[in-house]
Design a protein around this ligand. Structure first.
Ligand SMILES: [Zn+2]
Length: 279
């Protein structure tokens, strides 16, 4: 029995345990509501629990892992080119799509999943969650989660609030929806319509071990820059992981779990001690 599982069973407070990483840096536990309630790690500057929500902006600074992330898609042309580049370079990345665009481009969602990428949640309408009513903010998060789950059987547990904007109320909503917040370390600035060369330079100058790179699924310069970024970073000894892998979790399952969504937080193996999870 793992130490984390033992400690939780002894504590008696939790009925589900999520993971113990191979490096033992941190662990997540679920309470009866399916909410991750604890995180321990050696690099808390970059991964913290705020108002009960895990907020990650970087991985382990001692590990030469990089997470590439793509926001605001899927746009048919750019997303296809990004997926082609990732496939060619054999890299798994994390997409933070917008719900209404997923609805219009379900084939691209299927392709992301089929090719081993992680899908997160960037709200349904790309709303600044701290600037709208709590009810609307909750719908913005929940509707993407529901759509992706119903379409793929996978729960997009990582939420990236548009603009990186959040407050205590937004964190509480994300917590209640069973999510964790994924921010970024390096900003490619590709939304400024930079050239591919400028994007390459901008990313490379910000890279450190554990960097989470923010790029966008919107402009063709991004997929144009991608192979050069990947090859240069590999030459510097970096490897590529999804955001969940950087968080210490195994990759999310790529097939529908036979569990209700809130029991699949973090895409990890859930071990309920009761046969009947709460609704
Ligand atoms: Zn965005």
């Amino acid at each position: 029995m793992s130490s984390a599982l033992a400690s939780v069973l002894l504590a008696g407070a939790c009925i589900a345990v999520l993971t113990v990483t191979p490096r033992g840096l941190h662990r997540l536990e679920l309470n009866a509501g399916g909410i991750a309630k604890e995180v321990q790690c050696a690099w808390s500057r970059w991964m913290a629990k705020r108002d009960g929500v895990i907020v990650i902006s970087r991985g382990d600074p001692n590990d030469r892992a990089i997470a590439l992330t793509f926001d605001d898609g899927p746009h048919p042309r750019t997303c296809t080119a990004i997926l082609d580049a990732l496939k060619q370079e054999k890299v798994h990345a994390t997409f933070f799509p917008v719900g209404f665009r997923l609805q219009q481009n379900r084939d691209l969602l299927d392709r992301m999943i089929a090719e081993g990428h992680e899908v997160g949640n960037h709200t349904w309408d790309h709303q600044r969650l701290n600037a709208i009513s709590p009810e609307k903010a909750r719908r913005e998060v929940r509707n993407v989660r529901t759509f992706v789950y119903e379409h793929t059987g996978i729960v997009p547990h990582l939420v990236r609030p548009p603009g990186g904007s959040y407050d205590t109320r937004v964190l509480q909503i994300i917590r209640d929806e069973g999510g964790a917040v994924c921010l970024w370390t390096a900003n490619a600035g590709d939304w400024k319509k930079m050239s591919a060369n400028e994007i390459v330079d901008k990313v490379l100058e910000q890279i450190h071990p554990g960097s989470i790179v923010l790029m966008h699924d919107e402009f063709m310069q991004t997929p144009e820059a991608l192979p050069r970024i990947i090859r240069e970073l590999r030459a510097r000894g970096f490897r590529f992981v999804t955001a969940s892998e950087m968080l210490g979790a195994p990759p999310p399952p790529f097939q529908a779990p036979a569990l209700p969504p809130r029991w699949n937080i973090a895409g990890l193996s859930v071990m309920p001690s009761s046969d009947t999870p709460p609704a």
